[in-house]
Design a protein around this ligand. Structure first.
Ligand code: GTB
Length: 217
């Protein structure tokens, strides 16, 4: 039996790899684990059957046998624990990689999400123009710190790991933005990540869903 994940039936990003099933698809591709995808509409995500898998009515979810998981980070971690290739076997190196997984989702990603949420929820409010530079300064600070850590290393801590997989997908949220362009080594880091064959396969699979959905509209 293959694990099954859920993904957008019609992704708002038009299959550009921004929806979080991309992280899970990429992890599967890195370790060579085939998987099935169940596509869900926005309405279906809020129905009882999906809420039993995901309390917040979102994608992605993961089902394998009697295990159901939600949260892309937890799913990627589970895949990395089941299969070699995404976490070092040395216990200390593994702990550091897990630390960087948390850093991607808990220190870097929230600054980016704050910018997106502010634009979406407060973009028409009189205070929004004053908020933007404050939010951008926080992103710049974290990106600067991350850039200093990375230096001219290829990956965050030794070999490519689940931490890099998550960090690259997080940084990609600002692809094309001036803030990311300012950090040349972060740009190169993202590029190294997206050039990985496993990433390319995952991206193509996500894009194919959108193309198929729009062909039949
Ligand atoms: N913390 C959770 C995780 O990491 O799994 C967050 C999951 C999440 O935000 N899921 C989003 C979702 O289901 C899809 S990925 N949203 C529907 C809802 O909440 O009702 C977020 C996302 C959506 C769209 C784009 N885009 O179009 O660019 C990018 C990212």
């Amino acid at each position: 039996m293959k694990p099954t994940i859920t993904a957008f039936a019609l992704s708002p990003d038009e299959g550009k790899g921004q929806a979080r099933d991309m992280r899970v698809r990429w992890a599967f591709e890195e370790v060579g684990q085939p998987y099935d995808v169940r596509l869900v509409s926005f309405a279906e995500m809020k129905e009882r059957a999906h809420l039993a898998l995901h309390p917040f009515g979102q994608i992605p979810t993961y089902e394998d046998g009697n295990l159901a998981l939600f949260e892309s980070g937890a799913i990627v971690f589970h895949i990395a624990q089941l299969h070699p290739g995404l976490l070092p076997s040395d216990i200390n190196a593994r702990a550091r990689a897990v630390g960087w997984m948390f850093a991607a989702l808990n220190t870097i990603e929230p600054t980016i999400l704050e910018a997106e949420a502010a634009e979406y929820l407060e973009g028409d409010k009189p205070w929004y123009a004053d908020r933007v530079p404050l939010i951008e300064a926080r992103i710049r600070m974290r990106f600067g710190e991350l850039s200093t850590w990375l230096g001219d290393s290829e990956w965050l801590d030794g070999n490519f790991s689940a931490a890099d997989l998550l960090m690259v997908t997080v940084l990609r949220r600002l692809e094309g933005s001036a803030i990311l362009q300012e950090q040349a080594n972060l740009l190169d880091y993202v590029e190294r990540g997206v050039q990985r064959p496993a990433y390319q396969r995952a991206f193509a699979a996500q894009l194919a869903v959108f193309e198929e959905a729009t062909r039949s509209i």
